[in-house]
Write a protein that binds this ligand. Structure first.
Ligand code: FAD
Length: 442
């Protein structure tokens, strides 16, 4: 039993099915629960910051977690400085015997922790898997030999059993007495603001339960590619990203739904998509920093560049492609875009606009409420042809896609996608200003 442990929450903002919290609870006499508001290294690299919608969802999730912890005799502290120095200050101040934290896919977070582990050999560091369906040790291959395509991965993992979600601890060890000046290390958790999509463990559980109570799961495969519509896809990502629900809890509810309402192609396909998520999680763990590198896993770099004007136009939805504009305006207004939309805007950025894919990935990282390191960067690499797909990059024909997914133009009109500049660049390739073509009316 450890005299004092620190429990660091990250993308596991829940008390149910949180193996990390349960381990900490069972092995510690006293416990301090902390959330690190670390400035994400990627936001810093691209001079971006999380959107208001993303932050609101996070603060709602933290606020709910704090409430739930209080019900178990604990509470959540928030720390602004999650750098190696900030972590070192916490460890020096509290001198914990043990640290508990969930494994994260972002290599910059892992390397920061590795640096701290080296500095404090006397502290027992426990890093536990809580974001995936399978444990790393259950995978039928070494992480370094992760299959290079999703299909191969799926065939290997599909037969594996999936452990049941675990219940929340009945009680948590109490926090230690804290001197007032110690509290200066912590900042209050911002209170929840009303958002269209409520964050937090309760809202997550309610959403998933309601989804499986209805019949949307029975037709999921037929509707999941739609550009819009709340029921057309599960929207589980909105809560999976912060870990206010676990992928195992969702899997369990899926199985329960199948046992009551029957299994079919559509219910299977929800599992199939969760396996895509699973693949990208292990892909990020396996490839580390290469997941954010321009060349990714490819042998040669893509032939793209950075054109500020084009990038800005893509971000605000002012390209010559109405469908892309509609998708980007939807993202900017709602913090969400359908999977089909994400594929199309990524393909457009890389192929039509010839832009460096990492800027697109960083923009989504900033704006998606469901931003998840592994799913975002993994999908972008896949679409840019520098990632997991051995068949090379995916270039979507935007006219064909519009005809299939928005044949009557409802989506484009809803988001005013046709309101745009017809020209992409206001200077040509040798920096010569482009004058407007004279029309016959001029
Ligand atoms: C360029 C690009 C960027 C993306 N960025 C993110 C991201 O930051 N966060 C994120 O969660 N997903 C991301 N995705 C994957 C996917 O688009 C979203 O998970 C999905 O649209 C979320 O809506 P949903 O929950 O209704 O999905 P559903 O279609 O209902 O799928 C169910 C669940 O399966 C998983 N899933 C489905 N498709 C994928 C996929 N292609 N990759 C990984 N997991 C998948 C998600 O957890 C999702 O919640 C991205 C895809 C692309 C093409």
């Amino acid at each position: 039993m450890y005299k004092l442990s620190l429990m660091f929450f990250s993308n596991d903002l829940r008390i149910a099915d949180n193996a990390t919290l349960l381990h900490a609870a069972e092995r510690s006499a006293k416990l301090i629960c902390v959330y690190l508001q670390q400035p994400d290294a990627l936001y810093l690299r691209y001079s971006m910051s999380p959107s208001v919608l993303q932050r609101q969802q996070l603060f709602q999730s933290l606020d709910t977690l704090d409430l739930n912890l209080r019900g178990l005799g604990q509470h959540l502290h928030s720390v602004v400085d999650g750098s190696t120095d900030g972590l070192a200050r916490l460890l020096e101040r509290f001198e914990p015997c043990a640290i508990y934290r969930s494994q994260q896919a972002d290599p910059s977070v892992e390397s920061r922790w590795n640096a701290v582990i080296k500095l404090y050999p006397q502290v027992v560091f426990n890093q536990i898997t809580s974001h995936t369906l399978f444990e790393q040790t259950a995978l039928p291959f070494q992480l370094a030999s992760l299959p290079n395509s999703f299909s191969k991965f799926r065939r290997l993992v599909e037969p594996l059993p999936i452990s049941k979600a675990i219940a929340a601890p009945a009680q948590l060890p109490p926090p230690p007495q804290m001197a007032d000046h110690w509290r200066q290390l912590f900042t209050p958790i911002e209170k929840r603001a009303n958002t269209p999509i409520a964050g937090g463990e309760g809202a997550a559980a309610q959403h998933v339960t309601e989804y499986f109570k209805g019949d949307a799961a029975q037709t999921y495969k037929l509707t999941r590619n739609a550009l819009d519509g709340w029921q057309n896809s599960t929207k589980f990502s909105l809560w999976l990203a912060n870990g206010t629900i676990s992928v195992r809890q969702i899997f369990q509810q899926l199985k329960h739904h199948e046992s009551k309402h029957g299994a079919n192609d559509s219910t299977y396909w929800i599992y199939f998509e969760l396996l895509w998520r699973e693949y990208f999680q292990w892909y990020a763990h396996s490839h580390g920093n290469r997941v954010i590198e321009y060349k990714g896993l490819a042998e040669i770099s893509p032939k793209t560049s950075f054109y500020p004007e084009r990038f800005r136009k893509w971000c605000i939805g002012n390209t010559p492609h109405p469908l892309i504009n509609a998708c980007m305006k939807q993202l900017n207004a709602c913090g969400y875009m359908s999977n089909r939309g994400r594929q199309l805007v990524a393909s457009c950025l890389v192929h039509e606009l010839a832009l460096d894919w990492r800027y697109g990935a960083a923009y989504m990282a900033q704006n998606l409420i469901d931003y998840d390191f592994a799913s975002n960067w993994g999908n972008w690499q896949y679409l840019a042809g520098v990632g997991a797909d051995p068949r090379g990059h995916r270039h979507f024909n935007l006219q064909k896609q519009t005809a299939i997914y928005d044949p009557k133009g409802h989506f484009v009109s809803l988001w005013d996608g046709a309101h745009c500049d017809s020209q992409l660049d206001s200077v040509d390739m040798v920096d010569w200003p482009i004058t407007r073509q004279k029309s016959s009316k001029d």
